[in-house]
Design a protein around this ligand. Structure first.
Ligand SMILES: Cc1ncc(COP(=O)(O)O)c(C=O)c1O
Ligand SMILES: N[C@@H](CCCC[NH3+])C(=O)O
Length: 432
């Protein structure tokens, strides 16, 4: 197994635990570490609070909504950001009161909004003009409202996870006056508007876009105070801080990051008299490095290749159904063989077992003697893997195991069963 660099804080399983887990639960298997997750949340909360005492940390459930993780996040003092009725139901399933949840979504349905309000959702982050009217029609119950703003900043990240730019589908544009009109409409209707929100993108290794997003929404809040007497009590600058998928990914450390964001916001608020709660809602930076995926090697195959001379495939028992990120975003991961390090390494393509040319993990260095039956661990799969898993090719989605604080482990999500995978099927009479 490759030795971790000393500053590498990503969770890894040891050989004995990996073998134990694979025997107990099978592979592919998501493995999550409670200590790492709690530690990440604490570090983030402390860093944020040190820069801004009236801070609030919300965990973005979309990154990994495994109910056990939601329960841990809440126990660590986080609110929960949910982006659908399903995520809200997962939070409720974790015993988290809806009052501690924020509902997001660019196209929330009437039913979704009604359910959330009925459950006592704490905040709705409103995304468009029609939603203001829908919420007015339903009645807000105990929900407060924040407006999602599009600050018009271009983050450096994959285009598919960039959300702060002017032509994003999310939120009210500041520059064209939509954000101001939405504020006025909420005030006119007497809705419980408390402030503003932005989220400019995800897996951001360069924090400039978040910095300027924070600056712009705070400036907008000051404008609303000066022009309309609306005093924002709440600003949320979203999530987005990146994770170290490979050694090349160097996100800013959370202390410097929080300081930067807070300085941007407080710089814009200076002299205005506004003293809002400042919230962040990270997902990936809290949970990605908390998890690994264990796979078993089925076969190793070397083939002629025009570009590479020879290409060696190490084929594992999962694929894009348990980790769609390489196929979607060209994401790269570090892969390690479980077991003693072998001196000699080779560059391989780790592929899955789907009926696709799914080069799951490309240009990975593995020991030259990697062979059928070996276990591999893929680092940094805690975010946007389980939550984006599918049943493509009718693969059961993997189970997830949690390493507890005392080193014991338990299952927190079981593998799909064949019965439930066919449970939705309806075979009308007379077809067969
Ligand atoms: C509104 C909102 N908040 C929070 C997040 C969490 O982002 P990340 O996982 O990049 O921290 C996202 C996803 O990008 C989001 O869309
Ligand atoms: N699914 C994306 C992140 C989406 C961010 C949500 N707005 C990823 O895996 O990187």
């Amino acid at each position: 197994m490759t030795t971790a660099p000393t500053n590498d804080t990503r969770f890894r399983v040891s050989e004995s635990v990996a073998r134990d887990l694979a025997t107990a639960y099978g592979t592919p298997l998501y493995v999550l570490d409670e200590a790492t997750f709690r530690g990440r949340i604490r570090a983030y909360r402390e860093a944020f609070e040190a820069s801004y005492p009236k801070s609030e940390l919300t965990y973005a459930a979309k990154a990994n909504s495994t109910v056990a993780l939601l329960a841990i996040a809440a126990a660590e003092g986080c609110g929960i950001d949910v982006a659908s009725e399903g995520e809200l139901r997962a939070a409720l399933g974790a015993g988290i009161p809806a009052a501690r949840c924020h509902l997001h979504g660019n196209n929330k349905s009437f039913e979704e909004l009604s359910f959330a309000i009925e459950q006592g959702i704490g905040m709705i982050v409103v995304d468009h003009f029609g939603e203001i009217e829908t919420i007015q029609g339903i009645g807000t119950g105990s929900a407060k409202l924040a407006l999602r703003l599009a600050p018009g900043v271009d983050p450096v990240t994959h285009a598919k996870i960039s959300t702060g730019q002017a032509d994003t589908k999310f939120g009210f544009n500041i520059a064209d006056g939509s954000a101001e009109r939405a504020t006025l409409r909420c005030l006119e209707l007497g809705l419980p508007l408390v402030g503003f929100h932005c989220h400019v993108g995800s897996q951001l290794l360069d924090p400039e876009a978040q910095r300027s997003g924070g600056e712009l929404i705070a400036r907008f809040a000051v404008d609303m105070l000066r022009r309309h007497g609306f005093a924002a009590e709440y600003l949320n600058v979203g999530g987005g801080l990146g994770a170290s998928y490979t050694d090349a990914d160097r996100p800013m450390n959370v202390r410097d990051y929080c300081r930067l964001i807070v300085e941007a916001v407080t710089g814009s608020l200076a002299g205005s008299g506004l003293d809002p709660v400042l919230a962040q809602e990270p997902g990936r930076s809290l949970v990605a490095e908390t998890g690994v995926t264990l796979y078993t090697v089925g076969l190793v195959k070397t083939v002629p290749s025009k570009s590479a001379g020879r290409r060696t495939y190490v084929c594992v028992d999962g694929g894009l159904s348990d980790n769609p990120r390489p196929a979607l975003y060209g994401a790269r991961y570090d892969v390690e063989r479980i077991g003693p390090a072998a001196g000699d390494e080779m560059v391989v393509t780790v592929s899955g077992k789907h009926c696709e040319t799914d080069k799951l993990f490309e240009d990975v260095r593995l020991p030259r003697d990697v062979a059928t039956g070996d276990l591999l661990q893929v680092l940094c799969t805690g975010a946007y893997n389980a939550s984006m898993a599918s049943n493509y090719n009718r693969f059961p989605r993997p189970a997830a195991a949690l390493i507890r604080l005392d080193g014991s482990h338990c299952l927190v999500q079981r593998r799909d069963t064949w019965a439930e995978m066919l449970a939705r099927e309806i075979l009308p009479e007379g077809l067969a």
